[in-house]
Design a protein around this ligand. Structure first.
Ligand SMILES: Nc1nc2c(ncn2[C@@H]2O[C@H](COP(=O)(O)OP(=O)(O)OP(=O)(O)O)[C@@H](O)[C@H]2O)c(=O)[nH]1
Length: 317
């Protein structure tokens, strides 16, 4: 589903740590459990951080060495090959160890070091899907940091996540957003994550007909690997590049209607509709999780239309 020529020209970036990969603060401040840890006697110091990469053939013992160093124990039992890449940060936060897998099959391992996180009431997993270069990473960075990643395109390798807590009807909703690599060769890695996701944002690029044509194939994959009741939203990204548009807004709307999913055009560059997309997802998931029997169902389509209408008075692509 990739544009082969396009991807050949791409450099690859390894998203072992959200913040280091996106070039903001070097340590991810999000935790899996949302608990605020006690104060760290060894505060993180960027100047003292070094990266060490473990490389070598599959089965030579890279993971075991890392686990022995990090946890002081040996991983016995049958060998499970690493898929993709994982990292562990030593307890003192002074050494970052990465391990690169050579084997593209079997169980995927991503170990994440984390520290502080905002308080939240309820958490959901959201995945970003779509062809390489449609703007998944940029949309995520725009939502999380309010910034645009311009410059040379560096393709994502494997998968990474970032957390953001949003307020929905006085409830703190944590979205754990997984950014996947769009390139075909990482598909077996990302498939493993579909099952856990409660919502999927499926992106195409309005300046790439191929990325739009591939949406049907993505939807077939989603139906094969994701939960039956997963919330899906279709996004036509790069809406700011009007001069290079090859996919009409109506075509996006038509396709979304055919599959019964909400749709909007976004721009990671200008920020148009990015926040709205994630907020609509957060609202839908929160309502599904907390809805009382006699409460009216949240209408995500109506909500999006109303909000789009509001922002069209003051915003522009
Ligand atoms: N003009 C414009 N450019 C964008 C927008 N979103 C992304 N880009 C550019 O498109 C290129 C690809 O963006 P990424 O976010 O890295 O694409 P991706 O979908 O994450 O790609 P993979 O990691 O390979 O799956 C980069 O050069 C971005 O700067 C947008 O909304 N408008």
């Amino acid at each position: 589903m990739d544009d082969g020529c396009e991807t050949q020209r791409q450099e690859e970036r390894t998203l072992v740590s959200s913040d280091s990969a996106y070039g903001s603060s070097a340590v991810d401040t999000d935790t899996e459990d949302g608990q605020t840890p006690t104060s760290n006697p060894f505060p993180y110091n960027e100047d003292l951080t070094h990266k060490t990469i473990l490389v070598g053939d599959s089965g030579v013992g890279k993971t075991s060495l890392l686990v022995q160093f990090d946890q002081g124990k040996f991983l016995p039992g049958s060998f499970t090959a690493t898929v993709g890449i994982g990292f562990t940060m030593s307890e003192r936060n002074t050494l970052l160890l990465e391990k690169q897998a050579k084997n593209g099959t079997s169980k995927y391992m991503l170990e994440r070091c984390a520290s502080v996180n905002d308080y939240y009431d309820i958490a959901f997993k959201v995945m970003l899907l779509g062809d390489s270069s449609v703007g998944k990473t940029c949309v995520l960075v725009r939502f999380k940091d309010g910034a645009f990643l311009g410059g040379n395109f560096i393709a994502t390798v494997g998968i990474d996540f970032r957390n953001k807590v949003v307020d929905v009807d006085n409830l703190k909703v944590k979205l754990q957003i997984w950014d996947t690599a769009g390139q075909e060769r990482f598909r077996s890695v990302t498939h493993a994550y579909y099952r856990d996701a409660q919502a999927l944002l499926l992106l195409y690029d309005i300046t790439s007909k191929m990325s739009f044509d591939n949406i049907r194939a993505w939807l077939t994959e989603i139906h094969e690997y994701a939960q039956k009741d997963v919330v899906i939203m279709l996004l036509g990204n790069k809406a700011d590049v009007a001069a290079e548009r090859v996919v009409k807004t109506e075509d996006g709307e038509r396709l979304a209607k055919e599959y019964g999913v909400p749709f909007m055009e976004t721009s990671a560059k200008t920020g148009v509709n990015v926040e709205l997309a994630f907020l609509a997802i957060a609202k839908e998931l929160k309502h599904r999780a907390t809805q009382q029997q006699n409460e009216p169902k949240f209408q995500i389509h109506d909500y999006i239309e109303a909000q789009k209408h509001k922002s069209s008075c003051c915003g522009h692509m």
